[in-house]
Design a protein around this ligand. Structure first.
Ligand SMILES: Nc1ccn([C@@H]2O[C@H](COP(=O)(O)O)[C@@H](O)[C@H]2O)c(=O)n1
Ligand SMILES: C[C@@]1(CO)OP(=O)(O)OP(=O)(O)OC[C@H]1O
Length: 163
């Protein structure tokens, strides 16, 4: 290289449907709510977006290619385990987290009491400092599928550094 450090940026986006009879797991936190997220795994839409952002930074495809939803091994999977696997791939590429910024799009429930624990979980799984991780939430002012509480979205952007 020419004296500048290599960096990679990645973006992730995921959606899961809200249904009755499922848990609402976000950032590894079991959030109390009358609806939960449908998926082959625990449907942790936030962690899935983060996995996709890291995989995207390396051109390594997406979470569905690494953990197919046709594979019984991932039925009911803890998405923190999937994230930790992606972090191992990241370390194998010689990269570390520069910073991560993510947004959960959910009309309800109120997520602010849980964002700190999500941040703790994610920083631990990413093997990085808390100050490199930011987790936000927004409603859509009742607009669209998220606003109608039909689903929850998550967006993540990650910057990876090499040393
Ligand atoms: N499910 C949610 C959504 C948002 N928040 C917090 O509310 C604040 C305002 O959100 P707007 O959608 O009105 O922009 C913001 O600080 C969010 O963190 C929340 O706790 N739970
Ligand atoms: C995580 C996996 C694997 O269990 O399944 P889901 O929980 O359905 O999640 P999705 O974000 O649709 O895609 C990745 C899947 O392969």
């Amino acid at each position: 290289m020419d004296g500048t450090s290599e960096m990679r940026i990645g973006h992730g986006y995921d959606v899961h449907r809200l249904v009755e009879g499922r848990k609402l797991i976000l950032g590894g936190v079991d959030v109390p709510h009358d609806l939960g997220l449908l998926g082959h795994s625990d449907a942790d839409v936030l962690l899935h977006a983060i996995c996709d952002a890291i995989l995207g930074a390396f051109g390594l495809g997406d979470i569905g290619q690494h953990f197919p939803d046709t594979d019984a091994a991932y039925a009911g999977a803890d998405s923190r385990e999937l994230l930790r696997h992606v972090v191992t791939l990241m370390h194998q590429q010689g990269a570390h987290i520069g910073n991560l910024d993510a947004t959960i799009v959910a009309q309800a429930p109120k997520l602010s009491p849980f964002l700190g624990t999500m941040r703790d979980n994610i920083a631990r799984d990413l093997e990085t400092d808390l100050n490199r991780v930011n987790i936000k939430a927004t409603t859509t002012e009742k607009l669209g599928f998220a606003g109608r509480q039909e689903g929850v979205e998550a967006h993540a952007v990650v910057l990876l550094t090499f040393n």
